[in-house]
Write a protein that binds this ligand. Sequence first.
Ligand code: SF4
Length: 332
Amino acid sequence: MNLRQRQPRALGLFSGGLDSMLAALVLRQQGVEVTGLVWVTPFFTAERAKISAAAIQLPILIEDLTDRYLHLLYDPPRGFGKWMNPCVDCHLLMLREAGRIMEARGFDFLFTGEVVGQRPFSQNKGSLNLIAKECGYGDVLVRPLSARLLKMTKPEREGWLDRERLLNISGRGRKRQMELAAQFGVTDYPAPAGGCLLTNPGYAGRLRDLVNHLPQAELTRRDLELLKHGRQFRLSPTLKVHVGRDQRDNEAMEQLVRPGDLLLKTLGYPGPLVLIPRAPDNADLTLPATLCASYSDAPLGAQVEVQVEGGSQPRRIPSQRQDREIFQAYLL
Ligand code: SF4
């Protein structure tokens, strides 16, 4: 069956933001059967996308991108944005992988909600053209909100889409998108988001420390999840310590413990969970034990025994509650 006999089918990157909702709706208005593709990693989840997709009855595919993403945290070919966000390479990766899914599942073209000039680093006209060219699917990549400002694509040439009914939105303003949302009757959409967790200064700082100390081959999803929990202290190039801030942190960290990690707990005084990921054999634990004692409820100066679990055998380290100020220099 050729496309004259059936609806064109399009697969679009779908974050759940207003622009991705509108892109899907603009195509659907032209008779395209649209599906949203939602990528997930430790830095961006599918939660908002699910809500937005339900609001416009958009079917979605949810796919994990983490393993294919890790190398971008070390050396993204097009560099990082302001923090640890490799936005251009991130878009490129998402589109390349989306292209594979498009081909495997019989979609006819790809779409995104990108708008020319909306983000200085990743959504200027040069970046959009570069991404289209380098992702390998440029001729079947439609950005419905800015399509008339960009090169004509195969779906327009072939008449699957009427270019005149695609849009020419540019810039950072939201007025036209909000008008369009009203025309489509879309009222439940999120406020513009600043970006994923890689643009969060706190997370980005901890991630930068991690990639500076852990070879890429050893980095796992668990390490990236762990960066979300607890106060984190870099005590030496091989010794990093996570100190739970509250019950939630402690529970989350406990779920992320793996063989080779050490857990430190104070005896006799309530205290936080302290986790040392990938603790080196025979590491000197005097400072981590003092850290553990100092974040416990023991009074300043009290002698505190710290239990170490997870090594070859449990052991106890005599320690002392110190002023927490002395650890500020190690805090990430
Ligand atoms: S903000 Fe995050 S998810 Fe968005 S393009 Fe940049 S790196 Fe990718």
